[in-house]
Design a protein around this ligand. Structure first.
Ligand SMILES: [Fe+2]
Ligand SMILES: [Fe+2]
Length: 356
């Protein structure tokens, strides 16, 4: 058995109040593929939509519970502040700015974060999203084999007073962008940023529980009194794609996140097999985590536990994947139900608003 080090994120699950609107935004506007249309297995009156790349490759999967009457959530300690989606180049990022703004979405950026460049906007439920460039990466201010070893103070030009906000806001692509061109392809999860009330404790936990490693210790470049730490799957050379978890450190804060619409419900990391997941479960129990039994999610198997600051974390197996119950060339086409819900299909279909 190899050591228990996750390869990175498997998926992120967010809360929507309107499944057709979410489909139009993530599918139509952002260009993700709907890879599965099903219901919440713990609440079958509600849609569970899965978006992704390449038939739902781990690390690219964005999922939504539809809770039509959910009140608006809010970020805070134990919650996720934003989800960043990866794009290859700054040029393609500017095309996204133009495409989103032409669709009436308010966008800020591109802001130079040093390690990547970032655009910010919100989905229709208020989930904060970012589009971040692939490079230049974490080795711009530390050696590639010694990431996270020093506390990096960002240069003045990257802090609010040092940025030319008006010039940034004016920057956009000169032409309208009616279709998502291949260079604009959003490659799933670039990073996920949450908020903790104890960075040291959170770091110890993610390192011990998931085998993540610190890759950057710095400050929040919009709020320089707040520390901002990054963890990832890091082997002392490369930082794996789809693996960066970053946390703002609000030490001692009691501003706790509120679950609900526009908030992340949970984040999921990868286990490569059921055997690994079982070993992981034992390991988590020895750490004192409140880990659940294994749940069969049809497309993967899952265990859940809470991080010390309250965040709900899942470990999901890579397989069997989304082609287990429909052909890989028509994923997301039909409403799929697990066998034990098939008998209730007429009632379930009647209760769901068609996605069109
Ligand atoms: Fe970010
Ligand atoms: Fe999940």
């Amino acid at each position: 058995m190899k050591p228990l080090r996750t390869a990175g994120f498997h998926h992120i699950t967010m809360v929507s109040t309107d499944a057709p609107r979410t489909l139009a935004f993530y599918g139509g506007l952002l260009g993700f593929d709907l890879v599965k249309k099903t219901v919440n297995f713990d609440d079958p009156g509600a849609y569970h939509l899965y978006f992704g790349r390449d038939g739902g490759r781990p690390g690219t999967i964005l999922t939504f519970f539809e809770w039509a009457h959910a009140r608006r959530g809010h970020w805070g300690v134990g919650g996720i502040h934003h989800l960043a989606l990866g794009v290859a180049t700054p040029e393609a990022q500017l095309k996204w700015k133009r495409r989103l703004m032409d669709a009436g979405v308010a966008v800020s950026g591109p802001i130079d974060r040093g390690y990547f460049t970032s655009l910010y906007f919100e989905d229709p439920d208020g989930q904060i999203l970012e589009i971040a460039t692939a490079g230049p990466g974490y080795a711009i201010d530390e050696a590639a084999n010694a990431l996270g070893e020093t506390l990096v103070v960002p240069p003045e030009r990257r802090l609010p007073g040092g940025r030319d906000e008006e010039a940034i806001q004016r920057l956009t692509h000169p032409e309208p962008v009616p279709v998502v061109t291949p260079d604009m392809r959003l490659d799933g999860i670039h990073h996920i940023t949450g908020i903790t009330d104890d960075l040291e404790r959170a770091g110890d936990f993610y390192e011990e529980a998931l085998g993540l490693r610190i890759v950057k210790k710095t400050f929040n470049q919009d709020d320089e009194k707040t520390k901002h730490y990054f963890w990832a799957r890091y082997d002392g050379g490369d930082v794996a794609h789809h693996s960066a978890l970053t946390l703002f450190g609000w030490d001692g804060s009691r501003y706790v996140s509120r679950p609900g619409a526009g908030q992340t419900h949970h984040i999921a990391f990868r286990a490569e097999s059921r055997e690994h997941q079982a070993a992981w479960r034992d390991h988590l129990l020895t750490l004192g985590a409140d880990v659940t039994t294994v749940r069969d999610r049809t497309y993967f198997e899952s265990i859940y536990f809470h991080a010390p600051d309250g965040l709900l974390v899942e470990i999901a197996t890579d397989g069997p994947g989304f082609a287990i119950d429909e052909p890989s060339d028509s994923l997301g086409g039909a409403l799929k139900l697990p066998e034990w819900l098939e008998g209730r299909r007429p009632d379930i279909e009647r209760a769901l608003v068609p996605l069109g």
